[in-house]
Design a protein around this ligand. Structure first.
Ligand code: GLN
Length: 488
């Protein structure tokens, strides 16, 4: 049961080497042993997972199922709905919300025979880079328990890294799949905007959000991506794309790789930069033609993201008002004479939101409301949308000369718990190389490319591959070749 991959599970199940129940029990045992210290999961579906596994075993026995992900035990970020189960999005304000339907990605995976192990921890409403903004306490990095796993999909990345799940789903609005994948030494793919349905994902910033896989290998990421992608009538932004095939030629001959000079400036830690340069030399050795390129508006990506994202956050989070979902201050009225009792409807809204949201969420709602307000709309929100277009144009013109863009995922390895919580700006800098991809809507992945030493621990470094719109094939194939090349 060690070093399992999706392909190994599927072939083992078919050859009757083991049963799905055995596979799932293995992961449940790992969760029992390690989740208490890592805190990757908020909720584990022990009985339900075994029941699902038995169902798969029966279907395999009767030859009623034969898919590329059957029997795959998967963890799900707790902002993706699974019908009948608790969904918190890492926030107090949703408690005790039970999902009344399943996300499209969940329906697809269920149909394909995946088994859901549980829900993973995240920064509240996916806002953060360390999973420390969760109302349920932080997740810890399996490589060093004193460090963060990254965020916001920190629970998913830590679960995969510590072998508490074979694979996981995360969501990426500005880096939340790639950055934790980088911090935890696993593979994370943010698909093209419109590649995967967002139906049933609790919205953070709707023009940026995408669901994607976090896995141990590039091949697993491509199998999981293939299982969830495609048009969905419940998400009008989705499109049908070509079936996906990994190129396994083992060479990168003819591939044009661009290395943006703006991704190697101030802030990038020296040894992290050195790992990235080594990886780029490796791409050359594998046959790629590497050239320096420029993304002239790169330095504006973070400020643009921190206007567009909060603007959308302020609109999306208006629905958590103490009336429609979960927690409400109104429930306490009449039971006590506490100061928090609401006198009228306005106070129900205001006090529920004051009590239910954390400081970071409130900060973003306020920033977004300000950026959208009359008199400031043109100066902030509109201006940001104009610059967003320039950032897209940078990528468009780069992709006229190169096939993929390569650089660091994050300027640093995992930082210490508590190191950045007091300084939001420093926390936001963790996303400096990831947000532009979401603003442009293109696909990108992070994959491990070595380690750096911090306080006598080896911490993973992630290499980012950025691709053209709907061209996941090229980045996944290049990453696969790089990964195989490192093994040999
Ligand atoms: N860390 C970024 C933020 O705080 C990205 C979050 C995300 O991708 N969900 O907004």
């Amino acid at each position: 049961m060690e070093n399992l991959t999706i392909t190994k599970i599927v072939s083992g199940l078919k050859a009757k080497k083991f049963s799905c129940r055995e596979v799932v029990s293995h992961y449940l045992k790992n969760i029992k042993g390690k989740n208490e210290e890592i805190r990757a999961y908020l909720d584990v579906f022990e009985e339900e997972a075994l029941r699902q596994a038995d169902g798969i075993d029966e279907k395999i026995g009767a030859e009623e199922i034969d898919t590329t992900v059957m029997g795959m035990p998967i963890a799900v970020k707790d902002n993706i709905l699974i019908r009948g189960t608790k969904t918190t999005a890492g926030s107090k304000i949703l408690e005790p919300y039970i999902a009344s339907y399943s996300a499209t990605v969940i329906e697809k995976l269920k149909h394909a025979g995946a088994v859901f192990l549980g829900k993973t921890n995240l920064d509240e409403f996916a806002m953060g880079s360390s999973t420390e903004n969760s109302a349920f306490g932080p997740t810890r990095n399996p490589y060093d328990l004193g460090r963060v796993p990254g965020g916001s999909s920190g629970g998913s990345a830590a679960a995969v890294a510590a072998d508490l799940a074979l694979a996981a789903l995360g969501s990426d609005t500005g880096g939340s799949i790639r950055q934790p994948a980088s911090f935890c030494g696993v593979v994370g793919l943010k698909p093209t905007y419109g590649g995967v349905s967002r139906h049933g994902l609790i919205a953070m910033a709707s023009s940026l959000d995408q669901i994607g896989p976090i896995t141990k290998t590039v091949e697993d990421a491509s199998l999981l991506f293939e299982a969830i992608r495609g048009r969905d009538r419940y998400d009008a932004t989705t499109v049908e794309t070509k079936p996906f095939v990994l190129d396994r030629r083992g060479s990168l001959r003819g591939l044009k790789v661009g290395v943006p000079k703006e991704y190697f400036g101030e802030g990038l830690e020296g040894d992290v930069g050195a790992r990235i340069h080594q990886a780029i030399a490796e791409l050359t050795r594998l046959g790629a033609e590497v050239q320096e390129i420029s993304l002239p508006h790169a330095r504006l990506a973070l400020p643009v993201y921190y206007l567009v994202m909060p603007a959308e956050v302020s609109a999306n989070l208006a629905r958590f008002d103490g009336i429609r979902y979960g927690f409400s201050i109104a429930d306490r009225c009449g039971h006590s004479q506490s100061r928090t009792d609401a006198e009228n409807l306005y106070e129900v809204y205001a006090k529920t939101r004051a009590d239910g949201f954390s400081a970071e969420v409130k900060r973003r709602i306020m920033l977004g409301t300000y950026a959208l307000s009359a008199g400031y709309y043109d100066a902030y929100y509109n201006k940001a949308q104009q610059v967003r277009r320039l950032i897209q144009e940078d990528f468009k013109s780069a992709f006229r000369t190169v096939d993929i863009i390569v650089g660091p995922t994050s300027p640093t390895p995992a930082f210490r718990l508590g190191e950045r919580t007091a300084n939001p700006l420093q926390m936001y800098l963790a996303d400096i190389y990831t947000v532009a991809v979401n603003l442009a809507g293109i696909p990108a992945l992070s994959l491990p490319c070595g380690t750096v030493e911090r306080e006598e621990k080896n911490l993973p470094v992630g290499l980012q591959f950025i691709g053209k719109w709907f061209d996941e094939t090229t980045i996944l194939s290049a990453a696969y070749t790089f990964e195989q090349g490192r093994k040999s």
